[in-house]
Write a protein that binds this ligand. Structure first.
Ligand code: 26Y
Length: 823
């Protein structure tokens, strides 16, 4: 009835309040006086969801009836972060919700704090997928995100005695109000068994796969709303389960335990996110996960096409599928299998469709991070897919041979199968061969992709290679994370349009010399620093002084990201202070956040070192007014949102050529932090955009680093010849930070002095000099403020809306499809 309709979808405070109370009553079974904070959160979430569903269902109807070309984003990770605050912003009802809360005696911020974030990703790649889903909706492009509904996401990080300790992330424990289970959207996924030839009813010889194990994937749908639009797209995540019929056989033979065990085995597949951001050789379960979600997704796309458009000949006109790194690259072989074996197409036609469907984004050049699977494992799990990969390879290598006569070395390098030693399937090569477009994630990275990793492929198919520089959504990383800054910007520009058109931040430039605006700008930053200080005190026990420079490095722990370079800087500051030379210093808080892969020993040792240095520095009254070291435990999306607004300085100090893009660099800069960074990834473009004079640049270029590596890099000579560097490293080994244990950090220091694969020592001196400049600049408050304002004013390019528009135009060839908000 229309009364009810209004309550569930109306945007007035009265409607919101009524729906909130209804949901509290009818879904949570509670009245206001006995509701727990969790009940209140659930009621708020359902009230918000009601409004999402209206937009989502209408979007789905329009997309279906208009046969809209649709982007399918295939990603093993979505690092979504909390839904509620983002959805309130995108619906434009944050203030209304706050006021309704006040009328009911409730604090909206406390309710928002209740949400357990879905951490279905490791870091940059997973968060990028989440930003892209939001921007796809904002840009009104029909899209489906496909992935895995991990029961346990990225582990929660605790710090005990300075070490990282991993705790399971039981994010579904209290229920997930944002997802809609779809028990009728289920697909079977096979593993193992054998393939056989047979003759079909027309007498043609065909191949078919008889798997030895079949499990089910069930869809769980989450609506993703755009900002200020009625467009909502679909995030469809698959949960693995045993087929219902599975247990019968076992029951008949009396094997009750076996039947239940089989169930558990099937469910294992979507149980947990692998917490690594580099492949571990031979992880069978990971290959099973990849095939699981890829198979469900491709079957779903085929089903949708048959239900709406019709014959599969036009599949690639209806869909474009974006491979988020090689993790879903099996989709190429799976679509081929579906078209060949299930839909009886010729190889030529199946390949034409498949190849026109896929595009692939590369996120790394690090050779150790490139996925390969041993042929024997691949064959055991996916025998039919291996046949298909071999056939793709055979035809592809013939093309290479024809084009480069007699160049067998090239054929060897480009093959989908690595030979020599254990034979392995190269997923990156499969992704390139199976896609019509390949892109890197920043200009430098995309150039290096063509010049190094895929050099042979770029020579064969130059037109296939693109760049799309990453971006992040300003809704989450400005409006949600930093309401004070957002309000100041809106007040200063006189409109809110910058939120959907981030280039309009440029209008701030007109105010950069306005003393009153500068003052307000500083007040916003100061308030954020106070908030962070208050939170850090209880989260880590470290007291931070909001007057000091907040110097932040927050990202996954990795040697290439060089958190240890930052540590050497801290130790240098400490030694200078102990020697009574604080002239060129300003009071600083060194703040770190980030998780290490549980099996990455060196990264975990870096975390321990930071906490060990912190324990000494923070307890030394002689330096206490000057420097502090804080480790923010459990860096995730929610905690990131606390961090970005409070940073004065953003550390982007990877060895040039190693960080594909980086996206934290953008989030910091959007919130008015200045960057100290190398010419790596998107740093290069950020510096160009904000102006070289507003960016602290140091270090070798990618070319210089390469050059130096080739001409023989000898870190021990640097160590011997720079007395300050030597004394910093020696201080670590002295046992000062380890209660006299001179061996604890040896693996780290020995590696630096003897190998230093990421050339920390080579950039040490330049980094310290650059940090001196940072301190001097910070002393000039007005200059710093101007630089900070200009960073924000010129960061508009790095909105994920811009990135999505580039993909849409150059790669996907899709156009927006407006959903009428009034319908
Ligand atoms: C193979 C598997 C274990 C695996 C899982 C996750 C491998 C890699 C990853 C994650 C990679 C990742 O996060 N890469 C980052 O992608 C960002 C988005 O493009 C870039 O900004 C960043 O430079 C890159 O390191």
């Amino acid at each position: 009835d229309s009364e009810r309709e209004h309550t569930r979808t109306g945007m007035s405070k009265a409607a919101l309040k009524q729906d909130f109370l209804d949901n509290l009553f009818y879904i949570q079974g509670r009245f206001r006086e006995v509701a727990t904070p969790h009940d209140l959160y659930m009621a708020a979430a359902f009230t918000t969801r009601d409004r999402l569903l209206k937009r989502w269902v209408e979007s789905a109807q329009v997309f279906k009836t208009s046969h809209a070309r649709t982007v399918c984003y295939l990603s093993a990770e979505y690092l979504l972060g909390p839904h509620l605050a983002g959805n309130l912003v995108n619906l434009g009802i944050t203030e209304a919700a706050r006021e309704v809360g006040e009328e009911l005696g409730l604090d909206l911020d406390a309710i928002l704090e209740e949400e357990e974030e879905p951490g279905l990703g490791n870091g940059g790649l997973g968060r990028l997928a989440a930003c892209f889903m939001e921007s796809l909706s904002t840009c009104q492009i029909p899209a489906i995100g496909y992935g895995i509904r991990y029961e346990f996401g990225i582990f929660d990080q605790a710090i005990e005695d300075g070490w990282q300790v991993e705790k399971t992330d039981n994010w579904l424990r209290n229920g997930n109000p944002w997802e809609i289970p779809r028990p009728k959207i289920r697909f079977s996924v096979g593993y193992g068994g054998y393939t056989e030839s047979y003759r079909d009813d027309k007498g043609r010889s065909r191949q078919r796969w008889q798997p030895s194990l079949v499990i089910n994937g069930m869809a769980y749908d989450t609506p993703i709303l755009g900002y200020g639009t009625a467009n909502a797209n679909l995030l469809r995540l698959w949960k693995a389960e045993a087929p219902a019929s599975f247990d019968f056989q076992a029951f008949n033979t009396g094997d009750y335990y076996g039947a239940v065990y089989a169930n558990i085995q099937a469910e294992t597949i979507s149980k947990v996110l692998y917490p690594n951001d580099e492949p571990e050789a031979g992880k069978e379960l990971r290959l099973k996960q990849q095939y699981f979600f890829v198979s469900c997704s491709m079957q779903d796309m085929v089903r949708l096409h048959l239900n709406t458009v019709g014959p599969l000949e036009t599949f690639a006109d209806k869909f474009v599928a974006q491979l988020n790194d090689t993790h879903p690259a099996l989709a190429v072989a799976e679509l081929m299998r579906l078209l060949l074996d299930e839909h009886v197409m010729s190889w030529e036609q199946a390949w034409d469709i498949t190849h026109r469907t896929f595009c692939y984004t590369n996120h790394t050049l690090l050779p150790e991070a490139l996925e390969t699977w041993s042929v024997s494992l691949f064959e055991r799990l996916l025998p039919r897919h291996l046949e298909i990969v071999y056939e793709i390879n055979r035809r592809f290598l013939d093309e290479v041979r024809m084009r480069f006569l007699g160049d067998e070395a090239r054929v060897w390098r480009m093959s989908l199968i690595a030979e020599g030693g254990e034979r392995r399937v190269r997923m990156a090569n499969l992704a390139v061969v199976g896609s019509r477009a390949v892109n890197g994630v920043a200009e430098l990275h995309s150039e290096l992709v063509k010049a190094t990793l895929f050099k042979d492929f770029a020579e064969l198919w130059p037109e296939r290679f693109h760049n799309v520089t990453n971006g992040v959504t300003p809704r989450r990383f400005m409006v949600v994370a930093n309401p004070r800054l957002s309000k100041l910007i809106t007040r200063t520009c006189g409109h809110e349009d910058w939120i959907r058109d981030l280039e309009r931040l440029r209008e701030l430039e007109a105010h950069v010399d306005d003393a009153g605006f500068q003052e307000a700008w500083r007040a916003v930053k100061h308030a954020a620093k106070q908030d962070l200080a208050a939170w850090m005190q209880q989260a880590s026990g470290v007291r931070l002084d909001p007057e000091s420079l907040f110097d932040v490095q927050a990202k996954r722990f990795h040697e290439y990201k060089r958190q240890h370079l930052k540590v050497l800087h801290i130790i240098r500051c400490y030694q200078r202070l102990k020697q009574g030379q604080p002239q060129d210093l300003v009071p600083r808080a060194f703040i770190f956040g980030g998780k290490a892969a549980p099996g990455y020993f060196m990264a975990k040792l870096m975390i321990k070192l930071i906490n060990a240095v912190g324990a000494v520095v923070n307890n030394d009254p002689q330096v206490n007014g000057w420097i502090r070291v804080a480790f923010l435990p459990d860096f995730n999306v929610k905690n990131g949102q606390r961090l970005y607004p409070a940073a004065d300085l953003s550390e982007q100090i990877s060895l040039a050529g190693k960080e594909a893009s980086g996206t934290g660099n953008m989030k910091f800069s959007m919130n008015g932090a200045l960057t100290i960074g190398t010419l790596d990834g998107a740093n290069v473009e950020i510096r160009e955009a904000v102006g070289a004079e507003n960016f602290f640049l140091f270090g070798m270029t990618a070319a210089e680093a390469l050059q130096r590596q080739m001409t023989g890099y000898r870190p021990w000579e640097l160590y011997q010849n720079d007395p300050e560097l030597k004394s910093d490293i020696d201080l670590i080994n002295s046992g000062l930070f380890s209660h006299g244990d001179t061996q604890l950090f040896r693996p780290l220091t020995d590696n630096l002095v003897n190998h230093d694969p990421f050339m920390v020592l080579a950039d040490y001196r330049d980094y310290l000099d650059c940090q001196k400049m940072v301190s001097e600049t910070y002393k000039d408050t007005e200059r710093w403020t101007r630089m900070s304002i200009l960073n924000v004013a010129r960061i508009g390019r790095f909105s994920s809306d811009r990135a999505i528009r580039e993909y849409a135009e150059h790669i996907w060839k899709v156009t927006p499809r407006l959903i009428d908000p009034a319908s």
